[in-house]
Design a protein around this ligand. Structure first.
Ligand SMILES: [Zn+2]
Length: 406
């Protein structure tokens, strides 16, 4: 066929099929190794993305829009517990009096950007009112950041009546909270004893459930963990003082457990001078935290022996920690003795389930949102590969691509 005729023929085909093409722009990614987020691993695949979703995953070595054949492709990582607005201010300190709302908003955006570049395509902030405009701004799709969920305003005050607690939960939901956060125990810097009564915990959890919301419970003391679990709360976060009995109870009731072992306390200690002098960040508080690392290690090793316990991944990232979120996953494997695949699943499909998005994110499969990342190396052999993120796609849009050979 004459070249001109060939072009005309191709144009004809393009015109005939134009309506179908216009609705879904296709991008393809060649993956050398693909970890699917649900415990599966496959090699030499092509992922086809149409619009914001994964359309197909097929074996083969076909030419693709992005050649990640030398890399490991995973679902976008999820951190189910961050404080996205927390930052070190102008003077480098964690407390930032006198800052304007505009300055605070921009620091939040910095944190969002750093986490997305580190491969975290979804984070849940636990939580502040200032998260709401940031969440909505990222959702508009013009600025780079992870998909953001927020608790808006936590329940914290033990002097509240049951009725006041229920009212607080309703107000948070009216203010567009995605999740409810309650503090059922003191800070680890104050020993972690239970603060809210069992009745107050039940009130918060049942009110949230009635409104279709999940509940994240800050609890160190074993008694607070038991109360939260029996009350049907979604997730216990911290849990530094639990024993086998609480791990077993959470496993039986299907409660998610979100321990922090590798980033939270380490980040406080690494940045001690920036936190010291603010509230309970005194020398005694730092002693509790320094001692807490080994206690958490022991607790985590105990928890992973409970095979039915759904351990999810939330770093509790505060000022200084955003963008380093993968340290928690890496630490769980290197120091906690967790299998690399289990640690990855905690940060992908288990986290997606914990935050109520398991049908959309946390796994690579047809129909899921096209949130995927690529890392250099094999994280199953060397978990530190998760700190070498070279490609980030969220909702079908590429936000980072420093993959070699592109
Ligand atoms: Zn927190």
């Amino acid at each position: 066929m004459h070249i001109k005729a060939k072009i005309v023929a191709l144009l004809g085909v393009a015109l005939i099929s134009a309506p179908a093409i216009a609705t879904a722009q296709q991008t393809t990614i060649r993956a050398g190794t693909l970890i699917d987020g649900r415990g599966g691993i496959q090699r030499n695949l092509v992922v086809a993305i149409e619009g914001t979703r994964i359309a197909r995953i097929e074996s083969g070595n076909a030419r693709a829009s992005y050649d990640l054949s030398q890399l490991t492709v995973l679902p976008g990582l999820i951190d189910a517990h961050v404080h996205i607005g927390a930052h070190f201010g102008r003077d480098g300190r964690a407390s930032t009096p006198g800052e304007t709302p505009a300055e605070q908003a921009l620091y939040g955006l910095e944190n969002a950007h750093m986490m997305l570049m580190a491969g975290f395509t979804t984070v849940q902030s636990i939580g502040a009112a200032s998260d709401v405009p940031l969440r909505d701004a990222i959702a508009r799709g013009k600025i780079p950041g992870p998909r953001l969920l927020t608790a808006v305003s936590p329940v914290r005050d033990p002097s509240m009546t049951v009725a006041q607690i229920r009212e607080h939960v309703r107000k948070a939901v009216a203010d567009s909270a995605d999740v409810i956060k309650i503090f059922a125990s003191k800070s680890i810097r104050e020993g972690g004893g239970q603060t809210l009564s069992d009745e107050q915990i039940l009130a918060a959890c049942s009110e949230a459930k009635n409104l279709g919301k999940r509940v994240w419970v800050h609890a160190h003391a074993a008694s607070a963990v038991r109360a939260a679990t029996v009350a049907g709360c979604t997730t216990v976060t911290h849990g530094s003082q639990i024993t086998d009995a609480e791990a077993e109870l959470m496993a039986e009731r299907g409660t998610f457990f979100e321990p922090q072992t590798g980033l939270l306390l380490q980040n406080y200690l690494e940045n001690k001078a920036r936190f010291l002098g603010d509230g309970n960040f005194d020398e005694a508080g730092f002693k509790f935290m320094a001692d807490g690392i080994a206690l958490n290690d022991t607790m985590f090793k105990m928890a992973i022996k409970h095979k039915a316990l759904k351990i999810n991944m939330g770093t509790d990232a505060v000022a200084g920690a955003h963008g380093q979120n993968a340290r928690e996953i890496i630490y769980r494997v290197q120091k906690g003795g967790q299998g690399a695949m289990d640690a990855i699943t905690s940060a992908t499909s288990i986290n997606a389930d914990a935050i109520g998005l398991k049908d959309r994110i946390g796994a690579l499969a047809p129909g899921m949102d096209a949130d995927l990342i690529a890392v250099e190396g094999d994280p199953l052999a060397d978990i530190t590969a998760l700190s070498r993120v070279v490609f980030v796609m969220k909702g079908g849009k590429v936000y980072r691509n420093i993959a070699p050979g592109q």
